[in-house]
Design a protein around this ligand. Structure first.
Ligand code: GLN
Length: 245
Protein backbone atom coordinates (compact mmCIF):
# COMPACT_ATOMS: atom_id res chain seq x y z
CA UNK A 1 0.00 0.00 0.00
CA UNK A 2 2.71 2.40 1.05
CA UNK A 3 4.71 1.55 -2.05
CA UNK A 4 1.74 2.42 -4.21
CA UNK A 5 1.40 5.86 -2.62
CA UNK A 6 5.09 6.55 -3.09
CA UNK A 7 4.84 5.49 -6.70
CA UNK A 8 1.78 7.68 -7.28
CA UNK A 9 3.60 10.59 -5.70
CA UNK A 10 6.51 10.03 -7.99
CA UNK A 11 4.30 9.97 -11.07
CA UNK A 12 2.57 13.18 -9.99
CA UNK A 13 5.94 14.84 -9.36
CA UNK A 14 7.16 13.75 -12.79
CA UNK A 15 4.01 14.99 -14.45
CA UNK A 16 4.25 18.37 -12.70
CA UNK A 17 7.89 18.83 -13.61
CA UNK A 18 7.17 17.83 -17.16
CA UNK A 19 4.33 20.35 -17.36
CA UNK A 20 6.70 22.97 -16.00
CA UNK A 21 9.29 22.10 -18.61
CA UNK A 22 6.86 22.24 -21.49
CA UNK A 23 5.28 25.50 -20.35
CA UNK A 24 8.75 26.96 -19.98
CA UNK A 25 9.45 26.02 -23.56
CA UNK A 26 6.13 27.46 -24.73
CA UNK A 27 6.68 30.71 -22.92
CA UNK A 28 9.57 31.48 -25.21
CA UNK A 29 7.32 31.28 -28.24
CA UNK A 30 5.24 34.13 -29.52
CA UNK A 31 2.40 32.46 -31.36
CA UNK A 32 0.81 34.61 -34.05
CA UNK A 33 -2.62 33.86 -35.47
CA UNK A 34 -3.12 35.05 -39.02
CA UNK A 35 -4.86 34.40 -42.31
CA UNK A 36 -2.17 34.35 -44.98
CA UNK A 37 -4.52 35.38 -47.78
CA UNK A 38 -4.13 39.09 -47.46
CA UNK A 39 -1.25 40.47 -49.50
CA UNK A 40 0.77 42.63 -48.87
CA UNK A 41 0.13 42.13 -45.12
CA UNK A 42 0.32 38.33 -44.98
CA UNK A 43 0.59 35.76 -47.72
CA UNK A 44 2.40 32.58 -48.56
CA UNK A 45 5.30 32.40 -50.97
CA UNK A 46 5.76 28.66 -51.36
CA UNK A 47 5.67 27.56 -47.74
CA UNK A 48 7.13 30.81 -46.39
CA UNK A 49 5.05 33.47 -44.71
CA UNK A 50 5.66 36.92 -46.12
CA UNK A 51 4.27 40.40 -45.69
CA UNK A 52 4.16 43.52 -43.57
CA UNK A 53 2.43 41.91 -40.57
CA UNK A 54 4.79 38.94 -40.68
CA UNK A 55 7.84 41.22 -40.59
CA UNK A 56 6.39 43.42 -37.86
CA UNK A 57 5.63 40.33 -35.74
CA UNK A 58 9.14 38.99 -36.37
CA UNK A 59 10.71 42.30 -35.33
CA UNK A 60 8.62 42.36 -32.14
CA UNK A 61 9.49 38.73 -31.36
CA UNK A 62 13.19 39.52 -31.88
CA UNK A 63 12.91 42.51 -29.60
CA UNK A 64 11.21 40.43 -26.90
CA UNK A 65 13.74 37.61 -27.32
CA UNK A 66 11.00 35.21 -28.38
CA UNK A 67 10.62 32.74 -31.17
CA UNK A 68 7.84 33.67 -33.61
CA UNK A 69 5.50 30.81 -34.47
CA UNK A 70 2.89 31.52 -37.16
CA UNK A 71 -0.46 29.75 -37.21
CA UNK A 72 -2.39 30.15 -40.46
CA UNK A 73 -6.18 29.91 -40.15
CA UNK A 74 -9.49 31.25 -41.48
CA UNK A 75 -9.80 35.00 -40.95
CA UNK A 76 -12.79 34.66 -38.64
CA UNK A 77 -10.79 32.34 -36.33
CA UNK A 78 -8.00 34.83 -35.71
CA UNK A 79 -9.79 36.79 -32.98
CA UNK A 80 -11.20 33.67 -31.31
CA UNK A 81 -7.83 31.97 -31.12
CA UNK A 82 -6.34 35.02 -29.41
CA UNK A 83 -9.38 35.18 -27.15
CA UNK A 84 -8.96 31.55 -26.09
CA UNK A 85 -5.21 31.93 -25.56
CA UNK A 86 -4.29 29.46 -28.32
CA UNK A 87 -2.37 32.28 -29.95
CA UNK A 88 -0.57 35.11 -28.15
CA UNK A 89 -1.09 37.72 -30.83
CA UNK A 90 -3.30 38.23 -33.86
CA UNK A 91 -1.99 40.10 -36.89
CA UNK A 92 -4.15 39.90 -39.97
CA UNK A 93 -4.61 43.44 -41.19
CA UNK A 94 -6.93 43.58 -38.20
CA UNK A 95 -9.02 46.70 -37.96
CA UNK A 96 -9.73 47.93 -34.46
CA UNK A 97 -13.48 48.19 -33.88
CA UNK A 98 -15.92 48.31 -30.98
CA UNK A 99 -17.12 44.76 -31.46
CA UNK A 100 -13.65 43.24 -31.45
CA UNK A 101 -12.67 45.34 -28.42
CA UNK A 102 -15.29 43.42 -26.46
CA UNK A 103 -13.38 40.18 -27.10
CA UNK A 104 -9.71 41.15 -27.26
CA UNK A 105 -7.38 44.00 -26.39
CA UNK A 106 -5.41 45.81 -29.06
CA UNK A 107 -1.91 47.27 -29.19
CA UNK A 108 -1.33 50.78 -30.46
CA UNK A 109 -2.23 51.05 -34.12
CA UNK A 110 0.58 50.57 -36.64
CA UNK A 111 -1.02 51.62 -39.90
CA UNK A 112 -4.01 53.34 -41.46
CA UNK A 113 -6.05 51.60 -44.11
CA UNK A 114 -9.12 52.28 -46.22
CA UNK A 115 -11.97 50.13 -47.36
CA UNK A 116 -12.41 50.42 -51.12
CA UNK A 117 -14.80 49.20 -53.73
CA UNK A 118 -13.58 47.07 -56.64
CA UNK A 119 -15.73 46.92 -59.75
CA UNK A 120 -15.44 45.35 -63.13
CA UNK A 121 -14.08 47.87 -65.65
CA UNK A 122 -16.93 49.64 -67.43
CA UNK A 123 -19.37 48.98 -64.60
CA UNK A 124 -22.05 51.62 -63.99
CA UNK A 125 -21.14 51.62 -60.29
CA UNK A 126 -19.13 54.80 -59.77
CA UNK A 127 -19.82 55.84 -56.18
CA UNK A 128 -20.78 54.32 -52.84
CA UNK A 129 -24.40 55.39 -53.47
CA UNK A 130 -24.54 53.13 -56.54
CA UNK A 131 -24.13 50.07 -54.29
CA UNK A 132 -27.82 50.10 -53.40
CA UNK A 133 -29.50 46.82 -54.38
CA UNK A 134 -26.28 45.31 -55.71
CA UNK A 135 -24.54 41.96 -55.17
CA UNK A 136 -21.59 42.71 -52.92
CA UNK A 137 -18.73 40.27 -52.37
CA UNK A 138 -16.69 40.38 -49.18
CA UNK A 139 -14.34 38.24 -47.15
CA UNK A 140 -16.26 36.56 -44.33
CA UNK A 141 -16.07 38.30 -40.97
CA UNK A 142 -14.19 41.38 -42.15
CA UNK A 143 -15.11 44.99 -41.65
CA UNK A 144 -16.01 45.02 -45.37
CA UNK A 145 -18.59 42.36 -44.51
CA UNK A 146 -20.02 44.57 -41.74
CA UNK A 147 -20.24 47.64 -44.03
CA UNK A 148 -21.85 45.65 -46.84
CA UNK A 149 -24.62 44.59 -44.47
CA UNK A 150 -25.61 48.23 -44.05
CA UNK A 151 -26.01 48.88 -47.77
CA UNK A 152 -29.68 49.27 -48.62
CA UNK A 153 -31.24 46.29 -50.43
CA UNK A 154 -27.86 44.79 -51.21
CA UNK A 155 -27.14 41.06 -51.14
CA UNK A 156 -23.87 40.08 -49.48
CA UNK A 157 -21.89 37.14 -50.83
CA UNK A 158 -19.25 35.97 -48.34
CA UNK A 159 -16.01 34.27 -49.38
CA UNK A 160 -13.25 32.72 -47.29
CA UNK A 161 -10.59 34.57 -49.22
CA UNK A 162 -10.58 38.07 -50.68
CA UNK A 163 -9.08 36.57 -53.80
CA UNK A 164 -12.14 34.33 -54.27
CA UNK A 165 -14.41 37.37 -54.10
CA UNK A 166 -12.32 39.06 -56.78
CA UNK A 167 -12.54 35.94 -58.96
CA UNK A 168 -16.31 35.91 -58.59
CA UNK A 169 -16.33 39.57 -59.65
CA UNK A 170 -14.37 38.93 -62.81
CA UNK A 171 -16.69 36.01 -63.59
CA UNK A 172 -19.65 38.38 -63.31
CA UNK A 173 -21.18 36.53 -60.36
CA UNK A 174 -21.20 39.64 -58.19
CA UNK A 175 -21.22 43.40 -58.89
CA UNK A 176 -18.52 44.67 -56.53
CA UNK A 177 -16.05 43.64 -53.85
CA UNK A 178 -15.51 45.65 -50.66
CA UNK A 179 -12.04 45.07 -49.28
CA UNK A 180 -9.02 46.85 -47.82
CA UNK A 181 -7.10 49.18 -50.12
CA UNK A 182 -3.72 47.47 -50.26
CA UNK A 183 -4.98 43.94 -50.96
CA UNK A 184 -7.31 45.54 -53.52
CA UNK A 185 -4.30 47.06 -55.28
CA UNK A 186 -2.51 43.70 -55.32
CA UNK A 187 -5.58 41.94 -56.74
CA UNK A 188 -6.16 44.71 -59.32
CA UNK A 189 -2.54 44.48 -60.44
CA UNK A 190 -3.09 40.80 -61.19
CA UNK A 191 -6.40 41.20 -62.99
CA UNK A 192 -6.92 43.54 -65.94
CA UNK A 193 -10.70 43.30 -65.85
CA UNK A 194 -11.16 45.06 -62.53
CA UNK A 195 -10.58 48.52 -61.10
CA UNK A 196 -10.74 50.30 -57.77
CA UNK A 197 -13.19 53.18 -57.33
CA UNK A 198 -11.55 56.47 -56.49
CA UNK A 199 -14.05 57.41 -53.84
CA UNK A 200 -12.74 57.04 -50.32
CA UNK A 201 -14.94 54.68 -48.34
CA UNK A 202 -14.04 54.00 -44.69
CA UNK A 203 -10.77 54.83 -42.99
CA UNK A 204 -9.56 52.27 -40.46
CA UNK A 205 -6.61 51.53 -38.19
CA UNK A 206 -4.80 48.21 -37.91
CA UNK A 207 -3.46 46.91 -34.61
CA UNK A 208 -2.27 43.71 -32.95
CA UNK A 209 -4.84 41.70 -31.00
CA UNK A 210 -3.90 40.32 -27.59
CA UNK A 211 -5.91 38.29 -25.08
CA UNK A 212 -8.13 40.48 -22.92
CA UNK A 213 -6.42 41.53 -19.72
CA UNK A 214 -2.90 40.62 -20.87
CA UNK A 215 -1.72 44.16 -20.17
CA UNK A 216 1.88 43.06 -19.78
CA UNK A 217 2.06 41.77 -23.36
CA UNK A 218 0.26 44.83 -24.74
CA UNK A 219 2.79 47.01 -22.95
CA UNK A 220 5.74 45.01 -24.31
CA UNK A 221 4.33 45.11 -27.84
CA UNK A 222 3.70 48.86 -27.66
CA UNK A 223 7.27 49.42 -26.49
CA UNK A 224 8.59 47.33 -29.37
CA UNK A 225 6.32 49.12 -31.85
CA UNK A 226 7.59 52.44 -30.54
CA UNK A 227 11.18 51.41 -31.09
CA UNK A 228 10.37 50.21 -34.60
CA UNK A 229 8.68 53.50 -35.35
CA UNK A 230 11.47 55.65 -33.98
CA UNK A 231 14.22 53.72 -35.73
CA UNK A 232 12.36 53.98 -39.03
CA UNK A 233 12.21 50.19 -39.33
CA UNK A 234 8.41 50.11 -39.34
CA UNK A 235 8.30 52.49 -42.30
CA UNK A 236 11.00 50.47 -44.06
CA UNK A 237 8.93 47.31 -43.70
CA UNK A 238 5.84 49.06 -45.06
CA UNK A 239 7.76 50.66 -47.96
CA UNK A 240 9.26 47.31 -48.90
CA UNK A 241 5.78 45.95 -49.68
CA UNK A 242 3.82 49.01 -50.69
CA UNK A 243 4.98 50.84 -53.78
CA UNK A 244 4.90 54.52 -53.34
CA UNK A 245 3.42 56.33 -56.33
N1 GLN B 1 -9.16 45.00 -42.14
C1 GLN B 1 -10.23 44.09 -42.35
C2 GLN B 1 -10.75 43.59 -41.04
O1 GLN B 1 -10.11 43.71 -40.04
C3 GLN B 1 -9.86 42.93 -43.25
C4 GLN B 1 -8.77 42.07 -42.71
C5 GLN B 1 -8.52 40.79 -43.54
O2 GLN B 1 -9.29 40.43 -44.41
N2 GLN B 1 -7.45 40.11 -43.25
O3 GLN B 1 -11.79 43.03 -41.00
Amino acid sequence: MKKKIVLTGLIVAMAVSCMACSSKKESNELVMATNAEFPPYEYLEGSDFRGIDVEIAQAIADDLGKELVIEDMAFDSVITSVQSGKADIGLAGLTVNEDRLKNVDFSDTYTTARQVIITKKGSDIKTVDDLEGKLIGVQLGTTGDIYAEDVKDATVERYNKGFEAVQALSQGKIDVVIIDNEPAKVFASQNEEIEILEEEFRVEEYAIAVKKGNDELVKQINESLNKLEESGELQEIIDKYINKE
